[in-house]
Design a protein around this ligand. Structure first.
Ligand SMILES: [Fe+2]
Ligand SMILES: [Fe+2]
Length: 136
C-alpha cells in the first residue's frame, strides 16, 4: 500500500509543477517506508531522505516563487509565507530526529497533510495566472 500517492485531484494543470509535486509525494512515501523499517536498521537512510526532501522542497518552492515574481502573482506574499512555514517545520523535524527523538508518525502525518492541503488550496489558486502567462 502506498502512503502518499499523487492522483489527478492534485493536478494544478501545469506540467512542470505536477511533475515536481509527484516527486515530492515519492520522497514523502520513501520516508514513510524508511521510518516504518526503522527497527530493521534503516535509520541512516531516514536522515538521507529527510535531507533529500528538504532540498527538493526548497527547489520546488523556488520554482513556484520564481514564476510568482516573473508573473507578478498577486498572492505571492501569503503563499511564500506558507512555504517558509513548511521549510521551518522540516528543519525542526530534522533537528528533533538528530537529537534522537522519535518523530516518525507525527512527521509523516504533518508532511502529508500540509502538502495535500497546500496543493489543493494554495497551489491551485495560481493555475489561472500561470496558464495565462503561457505555462501549460
Ligand atoms: Fe507546490
Ligand atoms: Fe506552493
Amino acid at each position: 500500500m502506498t502512503f502518499f500517492e499523487w492522483d489527478q485531484s492534485y493536478s494544478v494543470g501545469i506540467k512542470i509543477i505536477d511533475a515536481q509535486h509527484k516527486k515530492l509525494f515519492k520522497l514523502i512515501d520513501d520516508l514513510y517506508v524508511a521510518t516504518n523499517n526503522i527497527h530493521g536498521g534503516k535509520a541512516e537512510s531516514i536522515e538521507n531522505i529527510i535531507l533529500d526532501l528538504a532540498a527538493y522542497v526548497e527547489f520546488h518552492f523556488g520554482t513556484e516563487e520564481k514564476y510568482f515574481k516573473e508573473f507578478k502573482y498577486d498572492k505571492t506574499e501569503s503563499h511564500t509565507e506558507e512555504h517558509h512555514f513548511y521549510e521551518r517545520k522540516i528543519a525542526d523535524f530534522k533537528n528533533r530526529y538528530e537529537k534522537g527523538e522519535d518523530v516518525g508518525e507525527e512527521m509523516m502525518l504533518f508532511l502529508k497533510q500540509w502538502l495535500s492541503e497546500h496543493i489543493k488550496i494554495k497551489d491551485k489558486e495560481y493555475s489561472k495566472c500561470f496558464s495565462e502567462h503561457g505555462l501549460v
